[in-house]
Design a protein around this ligand. Sequence first.
Ligand code: NDP
Length: 317
Amino acid sequence: KVVSVTGASGYIASWLVKLLLERGYTVKASVRDPHDKKKTEHLLELDGAKERLQLFKADLLEEGSFDSLVEGSEGVFHTASPFYHNVSDPQAELIDPALKGTLNVLRSCAKVPSIKRVVITSSMAAVAFNGKPLAPDVVVDESWFSDVVVCEKSKLWYMISKTLAEEAAWKFAKENGIDIVTINPGLVIGPLLQPTLNTSVEPVLKLVNGAERFPNTTYRWVDVRDVATAHILAFENASASGRYCLVGRVIHCSDTVNILRDLFPALKLPEECADDKPFTPTYQVSKERAQSLGVKFTPLEVTLKDTVESLKEKNFF
Ligand code: NDP
């Protein structure tokens, strides 16, 4: 079976390509620059890559860029979207590639009758930011949608980019009769396949790399291997539909530090919170739909251990 993956060099997509190859798929994978070794070498070294991985050049902002990628595929996994914090022009750097890029990919898919389903990597960023207060008894689920107006007030540009992209995807899919499913992960951590540090693993590196204080924040952690598997299950399971929130555990940073201390007693970890305000509350994220898809969440302790060991092995600290 032939499938396509956009943004294949990314953190999540690299795991997705690895697992797809392991399951015997032929994978057509897009990157922005196929000659950039840092972005492609780890993919070309995967088991099965020689026989069944083909790289394509494509950019989210170039009309028709994904036509040859998706041609002849049964499934398309659209993961490409910029994810970083220090932006100077949010519209050009985050919102346009996310929104226009998603429509660009879907327009290419609409021309290919062999495509049975498009699985889109959305985010909890498109779910949880709607101004409703979060508290330990609140259960966030797939019926929630982030509110762009609320996000604008707090300059949550990445959240806006993912919300607009997902909303546009559902509208386009409905109007053009395309079967889409979205995967909405929380903050993704776990071992890195690519040689560079990505945005969501950075908070873990900061904690283990000599930070004096930990931020007063809660994290919605989920394991990268669970996220990649969920994408595949969402394609393979014909009855999958709609959105799937993927969060293993919502936990305050102080408790994350406690787990890390138990796992790595020799590491110097931050002892104090960065401010003296009350701790940001936790909340729950429904696992029901993800579990109905067959996702088994990796315990956070295992994910954190594997993340830190991977960071160490790759000499990040
Ligand atoms: P990475 O930064 O590792 O990967 C992002 C990918 O998007 C890269 O492959 C990058 O390509 C590609 N990309 C960015 N801009 C463009 C563009 N203009 N044209 C083509 N490709 C582009 O991030 P993640 O793996 O973390 O994220 C992958 C997806 O998962 C994104 O959609 C993100 O929003 C979503 N997500 C991530 C979460 C996380 O915690 N990591 C949580 C929830 C959702 P290049 O290599 O060329 O730069």
